[in-house]
Design a protein around this ligand. Structure first.
Ligand code: AMP
Ligand code: FES
Ligand code: ZN
Ligand code: ZN
Length: 308
């Protein structure tokens, strides 16, 4: 297999794009494509300040690397969730994230949950009895709250996450099975900011997970191989496996599922005006925006952990 650009030996063969590339040209192709997606979906302008949520995994570290290479002003945010399970998941992912930032002289903000709120995520989930034994939904609420808080308090224009195509296609599949119009409407490469809610972008949403793994590996990025130990056996992993089976027999199916959805969404299939989201309320406890009047879901969750 030969590199399409230079004719040298290809190290990556992407059947889904009918494209093979050598190491050098693959490491050029990924950032060039990312730059194209950032422009196409109007994610952010060159002078805007980006806060990248970095988990220590291949996707978010690669995203930070790519934005840095493209010359964007991108700082990192790592959230220490206090998950000791697995290889000591949180401690190890924090070590790798801090190492990545130090090697490149990048600014990293760290919020440690147990230190800041006196609880780690698994305890928080047990105390609030949410999520049927899995801390993932509690974790999601906590992560969203903290990401928005830091982005807003520190004056960032936009918050970027490392969601890849496999993540987006699995969520899309779940929401399509349930025909959840509200969720479908809220799934996009860019969610505009409003009423104190930071603009959210997913610059890697069109890259297959294996493309990001190849990028991290070929760029020599050290990342945590382990997934969150609580994700084992989750529905989203099951949907990813199903979509991979489909992809194996029909290369490109995953990408086309996602892209055709974005087109349908753009053409107004869900007939709700995207650019006029319902106004948000302000949480009386933390001041963050919330969908309903009264305390936000994070503050309501934290309230349940207080001893009477
Ligand atoms: P996940 O929900 O674990 O699939 O992660 C999706 C994205 O959320 C990652 O690509 C990161 O951008 C962000 N993220 C997840 N966990 C953390 C964390 N502990 N700290 C900062 N960002 C995170
Ligand atoms: Fe939060 Fe797994 S429970 S990352
Ligand atoms: Zn080449
Ligand atoms: Zn609140």
């Amino acid at each position: 297999m030969k590199c399409r650009t230079c004719g040298g030996k290809a190290v990556v063969n992407m059947r889904q794009h009918k494209l093979a590339l050598c190491k050098e040209h693959y490491l050029d192709w990924v950032p060039a494509q990312t730059a194209r997606f950032i422009k196409k979906y109007r994610m952010f302008a060159p002078q805007e300040r980006v806060l990248v949520a970095v988990s220590g995994g291949k996707d978010s570290l690669s995203l930070w690397d790519i934005l840095h290479r493209l010359g964007y002003q991108a700082d990192g945010l790592y959230l220490g969730l206090g998950i000791d399970e697995g290889v000591g998941y949180s401690a190890e992912s924090r070590r790798l994230t801090e190492q990545f930032a130090a090697q490149r002289g990048l600014t990293l903000h760290v919020v440690d949950f147990p230190q800041t709120y006196g609880q780690n995520i698994p305890n928080l989930a047990a105390l609030t009895h949410r999520g049927q034994g899995r801390p993932c939904s509690v974790c999601g609420v906590a992560k969203r709250h903290e990401m928005n808080r830091i982005a807003r308090d520190m004056g960032y224009d936009v918050l970027a996450t490392g969601h890849n195509l496999d993540d987006e296609a699995a969520v899309l599949f779940a929401n399509t099975l349930a025909w959840s119009q509200d969720y479908l409407l809220r799934q996009a490469p860019v969610l505009p900011g409003h009423d104190g809610l930071a603009r959210k972008v997913k610059p890697l949403c069109r890259f297959y997970e294996k493309e990001m793994a190849a990028y991290a590996l070929l760029s020599g990025i050290e990342y945590i191989y382990e997934e969150c130990p609580f994700s084992v056996g989750s529905t989203s992993i099951y949907y990813k496996e199903l979509l991979n089976q489909l992809e194996n027999t029909r290369p490109g199916a995953k990408l086309s599922f996602y892209l055709r959805f974005l087109e349908a969404r753009e053409s107004g299939m869900f007939n709700l005006p995207e650019d006029s989201p319902p106004p948000l309320f302000r949480c009386p406890t933390c001041g963050q925006p919330t969908q309903y009047e009264g305390k936000c879901s994070f503050c309501r969750m934290m309230e349940k952990t207080e001893t009477p």
